[in-house]
Design a protein around this ligand. Sequence first.
Ligand code: ARG
Length: 485
Amino acid sequence: MYRSRLGTDLSNITLDYVSSIDDDSQIALYDIIGSQAHTVMLLENKIITKNDAKKILSSLENLKNEKFDSSSGAEDIHELIESLVIKKSGMASGGKMHTARSRNDQVVLDVRMKIRDDINIICNCLLDTIESLVSVSKNHQKTIIPFYTHLQQAQAGLFSHYLLAQADVLSRDFQRLFDTFERINQSPLGAGPVGGTSITIDRHSTAKMLGFDGVVENSLDATSTRDFVAEYVAMVSILMTNLSRISEDFIIWSTSEFSFIELSDEFTSPSSVMPQKKNPDILELTRGKTAEIIGNLTAILTTVKGLASGYGRDLQQIKSSIWSTSKISISALLIIKSIILTMKVNEKQMKKVTESSNLIALDIAEKLVQEGVPFRVTHKIAGVLVQLAHNSKKPISKLSTIEIKKSVEGTKVDSKVVSKIISNTSVVSSLKDRKSFGSSGYDEQKRMISDRTEKINSWRLEMSERENKIKSSLNELQKIVNDLT
Ligand code: ARG
């Protein structure tokens, strides 16, 4: 559109190639609000008249309800909005809106406003998901489950402990995104194309009107950098890999071989041929879509890595990677939360499997340690017990006196002590005895649940403070616009 220096217009194919108008639908409203703040600032600093501001602001206000036509011939939303403002308010006034700014600071302003909103949505969804994990864990403080290493049964645990572990994982995702927000919520507006402007603008004023915490000071940095985008998508990539691992656990646990959980019908799909099937497609898609987000991160980093300082059109390409990252992660969180709240937990099966697999071996060894036997010796004794139990196809508790005697051969340990320990050790006693800080024993669950509940509440407060600050700045701006129009 603004091809004043150039002789010819773009062909349709080329225009389609360069245009970001479709991607820009996601930032149209931010562009309008950003333009309103810029216009108010131009008026405050007597760069334009009240009459100009009035006309520009009411044109922008009307555009809030506009459905932008992607076949308008504009290269992007910034050009399109400006041309519509000029059309509505006339060149004499509308032509002044783009004073002392550039599409280069404008696009990155819009992207920052979009990402900060997305972060707030994701953070709230994360808190909801964490809360659902903690609330379900309250019902499973006595539900016994085997814990695995190498996907081989390792120690007995409680299902609440598993859920609380995932709550902690997602809490770190929350904290990472919460911190990232601070670096995102800085205004680049007024940096101009790359080096600032000779017009006496007030960058701090627009930043304040738009609810930013500060400005990206250096104009070259403000217009060039996309490190904040990479940071956002990196944080979401980590979040998605965490959701993907939870999905994998649930997929395995819902097989008929495990039968630890049953997913609610609404989160499974049937087979087109096998009527008995209840496939965990939704969780598989979380795993699959995680790959897409990691791909988005790679696309962003690859775009930026070889780019000379200053705006380059390559940067236009990263917008779709941001939109897809936000959309997928928000849906994934909403879905996983509902899956957690609706799945059936097969407590009997979890307990049966735990009790049938000699998971008390380490507990027996630890009890011998308490009798003064070196751990290496106890480990060997317990190992022989497991081997004997395995060979004679019975649990450790059913081993004969002769077999128990065998286990202490070559040690100074009295086999009667071992027998007594075996008869006093069960999965339940093991979980009662496990009291170390953060362990999966009964005692620690209650403490961790109340600690996490407190944390969620204080994070909720911080979130609403943060959101209200933006909301009240934008309401204030809206009031100024209303008063002027
Ligand atoms: N459509 C562009 C983008 O999305 C806006 C900035 C264009 N600036 C420029 N100097 N060509 O990045």
